[in-house]
Design a protein around this ligand. Sequence first.
Ligand code: GTR
Length: 324
Amino acid sequence: MLKTVTATLLATVAMASAAAACEITLKASDTHPDGYPTVEGVRAMGKILEEKTDGRICIEMFSSAQLGEEKDTIEQTQFGVIDINRVSIGPFNNIIPETQVFSLPYIFRSVSHEHNVLDGPIGEEMLATFSDHDLVGLAFYDSGSRSFYNSQHPITKVEDLQGMKFRVMQSDVFVDMVGALGANATPMPYGEVYSSIQTGVIDGAENNWPSYDTSGHYEVAKYYTLDQHLMVPEVVVMSKISFDKLSPEDQQAVREAAAESVPIERELWAAQERASEEKIRASGAEIVTEIDKTPFIEAMAPVYQKYVTDAELQSLVERIQATE
Ligand code: GTR
């Protein structure tokens, strides 16, 4: 008993002194709950950052959209109210045109193709585009591929989507993507999707296995078709206002901590993807795995035409396609 009390006391003292040692606490936001790979990725970044700065700089994670839905948290990050934000690239599309290229359907051929792009010069250039928008792009995290799910019936071909209503992230690219498939898109915040499916405002949405699982959407939309139309990377950004307050050494420590958290998040991601798939399959959801993607890919031509509007974006698309 005494031993337990002593241990608890020691742990409390250790925690208090660790907290006291933090001269700067960076406020971080994520829409996902504790345990989700992106949330734990940023927490790992925080631990690395503490080590690099002898405990002077800490990260406090506000998970489960405690600080708001993604679009609002991006604004708060630009204003310096939130210091670090882990968001999908999608909600940046209407602010930073270059990010639309990473949001084009079927732009990435596979996870390894995506990693090769993100880990190379194109990834660096994409992170740099954030600096014109009061943000500092720090790192990309994995988020697998997104597919359609709905409450009505299994989708086995493009025609099955005709006239259906799908929620998309708040980005014009995704509205046009759904339109090109003959369905109707409703952009809305992630947190409103569950009740919107439940009440029939929309027929479904689209996401990866872990989000389909942890949002509970599979409970109200049990038909999931692995058409894998999108691979939208997650991104960790920092407020430029907060970043500029740090010394050059501390800025470097932040950049390194973010980079070093990438392989950790990737490992967590791979495990979570498997676990979520297993759980959802066991839940009785109807999964369409075998699907001819060619008609889906072909239907996306107008989306490329509309968004790849100048020579610069065209060259970016070509460089991505030419990456191994
Ligand atoms: C998830 C992503 C979130 C959020 C969500 C959405 O896959 O991790 O950041 O963008 O999708 O659909 O809103």
